[in-house]
Design a protein around this ligand. Structure first.
Ligand code: SAM
Length: 213
């Protein structure tokens, strides 16, 4: 079973193969130009550098992450300083050098709303089947009515069961609603040798958005 302890242990033992060193090219390719200062939510953010990129575009970034280690590593790796405020079960870390707040705690305890946009890479697909609908509903409730969403999902056959979990197209549309549109798909078995170890028979990464403007 995938519990919070599972993720805390992954960080403690350094098993964070999901972390990318650079900025995700799909974020740079598919993120639109939004009004400066737009409030961007990054659920289950880990220590992704994508938050730095979003902040450098002029957005107010809020990442939510369970693991204190992920947050410490993000701050350390990027040579940042911060101030912390405790708010109920959550710790709010405000970065001094960039418009980034890191919320440490369980995403389901995070109730701020009216975000203008959301970036989900390896978040929905990190959620096991029994929590996926709750995750999507919780995320939609954090967003303003016309908010922009960029979502990256995986769909594969064979290999390990996950996380990351394989999420079918029909499930993406059923959970996020009919406004979600697929922008692109990449067959990772063709473009990345890591996926050609024989355990998978297919492995596709898809980029989706909800853009009502
Ligand atoms: C697969 S990683 C993806 C991290 C990041 N989005 C990235 O692209 O590198 C999923 C992250 O979600 C965090 N996480 C899992 N469940 C969570 C929860 N309920 N609340 C907050 N963070 C959670 C884990 O600690 C982990 O860092």
């Amino acid at each position: 079973m995938i519990t919070n302890d599972f993720w805390l242990e992954r960080w403690q033992t350094g098993r964070i193969g999901f972390h990318l060193e650079g900025v995700n090219p799909k974020l740079m390719d598919y993120w639109p130009v939004l009004t400066k200062q737009s409030k961007v939510l990054v659920p289950l953010c880990g220590k992704t550098n994508d938050m730095i990129w979003l902040a450098e575009q002029g957005y107010q970034v809020t990442g939510v992450e369970l693991s204190s280690l992920a947050i410490i590593e993000f701050i350390g790796d990027n040579d940042l300083t911060y101030e912390t405020l405790q708010q109920d079960s959550l710790k709010i870390h405000t970065i001094n050098e960039l418009p980034i707040r890191l919320i440490e705690g369980d995403y389901f305890d995070f109730h701020e709303h009216d975000f203008d946009a959301c970036y989900d890479r390896a978040a929905m697909v990190a959620m096991p089947q029994n929590l996926r609908e709750k995750y999507v509903q919780h995320t939609l409730q954090r967003l303003s009515q016309k908010a922009f969403l960029l979502l990256i999902t995986l769909q594969y056959q064979g290999g390990k069961k996950g996380p990351p979990f394989s999420v079918a197209e029909e499930e993406v549309i059923q959970l996020w609603g009919s406004d979600i549109k697929k922008l692109a798909s990449e067959n990772l078995m063709e473009t990345n040798p890591d996926y050609r170890d024989g355990s998978y028979t297919s492995f596709e990464e898809s980029v989706w958005h909800i853009d009502q403007n």
